[in-house]
Design a protein around this ligand. Structure first.
Ligand SMILES: [Zn+2]
Length: 412
């Protein structure tokens, strides 16, 4: 399976060339950057969870040689070099992989728009160790005030596709507001992924005129959650909705009533906004004392958007707005619970982002291998985690050499 995986990523994503794109700041490197970067990448692909786990594999003979070469690195070197790794060079590998998926029609859709979600995520906390990139907050423990250090990032992720595609990540800097980091992230994402998506989807934090105007100035539409704190816009919309009948549709076990109006100018945006309000009732069955009990869960949601009614139906806008949760469910939750996203491999601002970008690459590679290369009968039997266990189990096999090690003309 490991041999097949290495062959697949080299053939489909030209990975045997991509690994040499990653650079670092060392003047006279003793060990090639590609060796060190691939070591970190394999740690992520095989879900080892820590550099110490990787050290065991590096120390044992005939485990990693076929993947990183005979000249192995140490985990101290991995941490040190990730601290000086050029982040844009890792991003270029990520962009290259997503571009291949797009060219291979994996991102095809019959919708008039494609969507990307932005959201913040807190990585890890510490009360003893900090770095130049740490955010701080004061908390009270047993009546005593202590300073807690933590790291927060903003990610951008394509939604509505079978394979989760995280596009990029940006740290929230000390004293900075999440939306400012998101703007910096999007500036780069707009440049690196020019035709990947048309609409930015965010939670209520992003419902502010400067952010919406910023996205519009880059030719992107916006959908954000609208909450009661936007009082005037909310009151305007509710006044109109009182006089109109909702559209009603069903989705699986849910009945949804939606009100939809446009032309609102009270939020201070350059162009008028559309507001959609939904009342959802979802039928659920659950087992209570050996009996099935049916219950109905009610939810209410409101969104603001720049997409005119003439360009996207309210049903599709409702669906796209809900797909925003994919960044929480399919990206952050999966990566945290199964791929050690919150683990601090090296407490250094550059290393933290370098490891996260590398994790994103590992995640897309394994997901693509699973969904696009492994046949359905095998997928029905084995979950993606079981596949990574098989890859790990195959470390003992020594019947192949990774295609990127055969590129003798590769730069150091
Ligand atoms: Zn820190």
């Amino acid at each position: 399976m490991l041999r097949r995986f290495c062959g697949y990523i080299s053939k489909v994503f030209y990975f045997d060339e991509q690994v040499f794109r990653v650079e670092d700041d060392r003047e006279k490197p003793d060990i090639k950057t590609s060796t060190i970067w691939v070591s970190g990448l394999l740690m992520c692909v095989l879900r080892m969870g820590s550099l110490n786990a990787m050290e065991t594999e590096l120390c044992m003979p005939r485990r990693m040689e076929k993947l990183i070469g005979k000249r192995k690195t140490s985990i101290d070197s991995i941490g040190r070099v990730y601290s000086v790794m050029d982040l844009d060079s890792i991003r270029s590998v990520l962009v290259g992989i997503s571009t291949r998926l797009k060219r291979n029609k994996v991102l095809r859709t019959d919708w008039p728009f494609r969507f990307a979600a932005v959201d913040g995520h807190e990585l890890f906390t510490s009360r003893s160790r900090c770095c130049a990139g740490c955010l701080t907050r004061n908390i009270t423990i047993n009546g005593e005030k202590v300073t807690e250090y933590y790291h927060r990032v903003v990610a951008c992720h394509l939604t509505g596709f079978k394979i989760p595609i995280p596009l990029d990540i940006e740290p929230v800097l000390p004293g900075e507001y999440e939306v400012s980091a998101a703007k910096r992230l999007l500036e780069r994402v707009f440049r690196n992924y020019p035709r990947f998506f048309d609409v930015v989807v965010g939670d209520a934090l992003y419902m502010e005129a400067p952010f919406i105007n910023y996205c519009q100035s880059h030719g992107k539409h916006v959908i954000t959650v609208l909450k009661e704190d936007r009082l005037i816009l909310m009151q305007d919309a509710k006044g109109i909705f009182k006089m109109t009948e909702p559209e009603v549709f069903t989705e699986e076990n849910e009945t949804i009533r939606v009100w939809d109006a446009e032309g609102f100018t009270t939020a201070g945006t350059d162009k008028p906004l559309r507001v959609v309000y939904a009342e959802e009732s979802e039928k659920k069955r659950r087992r209570v004392k050996g009996r099935w009990v049916e219950e109905i869960n009610e939810h209410k949601w409101c969104w603001a958007s720049t997409i005119p009614q003439s360009e996207l139906t309210v049903r599709r806008l409702w669906k796209a707005a809900h797909n925003r949760w994919e960044i929480e469910n399919n990206l952050f939750n999966v990566l945290v619970n199964h791929w050690h996203m919150n683990h601090c491999y090296k407490h250094d601002p550059n290393a933290i982002v370098a490891f996260l970008l590398t994790l994103f690459i590992a995640f897309i590679l394994v997901q693509s291998f699973y969904h696009l290369n492994i046949k359905k009968p095998v997928r029905d039997r084995l979950a993606i985690i079981a596949i990574t266990r098989q890859l790990y189990g195959d470390l003992g096999q020594n019947t192949f050499i990774a295609p990127w090690l055969l590129k003798s003309s590769a730069p150091p």
